[in-house]
Ligand binder design. Structure first.
Ligand SMILES: [Zn+2]
Length: 81
């Protein structure tokens, strides 16, 4: 089996959560912050293209639990070396 690190795409189960979500335009790699996913396509403010919802890439570089509680819980919880 080949391990491929595919980018996460927005799907119909994607939720923005409390602070919204940053998504990446698949055409120009510009990031956009959205407060909700109540749309079927979104105009990219960078390349001016209507990008269908399910082709946007989720910027997801935070561990799952940090995303759940928000980045502020990261303060002071870093392991001491
Ligand atoms: Zn774009």
């Amino acid at each position: 089996m080949i391990a491929v690190n595919l980018p996460k795409r927005v799907n119909r189960y994607t939720r923005a959560g409390k602070g919204g979500k940053t998504i990446i335009c698949p055409l120009c790699n510009a990031t956009t912050h959205v407060g909700n996913f109540a749309w079927s396509s979104l105009l990219c403010s960078s390349c001016k293209e209507m990008i269908p919802k399910t082709t946007w890439i989720i910027e997801d570089n935070l561990p799952q639990q940090l995303e759940l509680f928000g980045p502020e819980v990261d303060l002071g919880t870093k392991p001491k070396t």
